[in-house]
Structure formats: C-alpha cells, structure tokens
Design a binder for this molecule. Sequence first.
Ligand code: ZN
Length: 276
Amino acid sequence: MNLRSFFLKANNAPEKSGMRFGRHIVCKGCGRQLSVARLRREYFVCPACGRYITVRARRRILLLTDRRSFVEHDRDLISRNILAFPHYDEKLETARANSRENEAVVCGTAAVDGHPVCIFAMDANFMMGSMGTVVGEKITRLFEYATERHLPVIGVTVSGGARMQEGMFSLLQMSKVSAAVKRHSDGGNLYIVLLTDPTTGGVDASFAMLGDITLAEPGARVGFAGPRVIEKSLNQALPKDFQRAEQVQRCGFIDAIVPRREQRECIAKLIGWHTE
Ligand SMILES: [Zn+2]
C-alpha cells in the first residue's frame, strides 16, 4: 500500500451526534429538533430515531453518580505547548471555549448508589478527547488516589487517541496510566470502564482496554486504527459493523453492551457485588 495514506487525515472521522442551538439539540440521526429538557429525561438518546447524542463529561458524571456527590480533582491542570507545535496554543484556546473545560478529561470522587468511587469522564468537545500530558497526568493521579484508599475507579472513555501536538509526551501517557492501573489492580481494587463512541487510538490501546469489567454503549466505535487504513493494509472488505461495540464484543473485548438509561444501575450492581 501507499505509505502516504497512513498519514492522510481520514475524512470519515467520527462526527458528534448532535448540534446544539440554545436550549435545543438537532439530532444528526433524524434531523429533529429536541429540547434539552426532553433529552435529559431520555438520557440524551433521541426518542425518535434512538441515536445516542454525544454528552459532555460533566453530564456523563451526573448520569452515573448520586446527586451532588461529585467532587472534582485537579481541575486547574492545563496543557502547555511544550513542543512549540504550530497553532497548538490557538487550538487549546478554542477547545477550552467549545467545551468549557480546561482539559479533555474530568476527574474526581463521587458516590454510585451510596458506594464511594473515583470517576473520570473524557470530553469529546475538547480536541476530540485526545490524550495529552495533562489527560494522562489527571487519570494517573486519580488511580493513585483510588489505590491508596481502596476505591473502585469508573472510567468513561471517548477519544480520537493520543494528542499529536504533544508528540512522544502524549504517547508516554499510555504506559504511565497503564502502570497506575496495574498498581490499582494489584491492590485488589476494581476498575470498570465504559467505552463510548468513539474510543480509538492510544486510549483504546491503553487504559480503555484494561478494565476488570468492560462495558460499552450500543453502536460505539471501538478500535485502534481507522477502518480505511485496515482495509487498505489487508486489501479486503471489512464487515459492515466493523469496530462497532457489538462486533468488538463478539471478538471478546467487551463484557456487556449497556443502554444509557441502565448504565448507572449496572455499575452500582457491579460495585455492590465487588464490595460484598
Ligand atoms: Zn434522532
């Protein structure tokens, strides 16, 4: 195959599944305009076509944890342009404005059905949830905090992969977080990961695949390289549902696909069984 095609930006990059206009969101599945209030009741799943609308990290945490139980950690850690990568500073500024977050992951402690947990949720609105130094550092610190206190960790992933603007420093985060997950696991602690659309690249190849229990949202794209790259290197057509959660589950990488409105109850049950 042509080596250049490895470096071409795929134009089938996953799009966000809902455009926000004031108090309304337009579903990209059916084009209907839905009020945020209605969607809140529906767990941000389109009641007309069933499409899963992308939700922000903070909303994820609200959907999964007990009311007002969340206490954030390391909110003030922000990325710097360590490699003087062209236009990275502007991109960070735009990402902060778009997501209203300082970085692509929100971490902290909370309770799920009364059980104390550590939780992190990635945010697709911040540079497609890409993993730079700060994302890796925040998640590592969370695991270390959880290991010391024997708390379970709940992780919600959504990411395009490692952050190219931070080069090798972003790739280093894969092993750094993985080592923290291992120490947490060696201490007999539970890690539940919830894969959401899309979980790809360096995140998929590290802490997204290291959970004791791996859950996923229906239809979520989960994989390392994009399907076009794989198709070209194998020189054969891929199945229609390639890298969708259902197909990945058939390959043995996912334990359960859980609809959004059942996720909180499912996680609470799993933690309950683990702490008995
Ligand atoms: Zn719809």
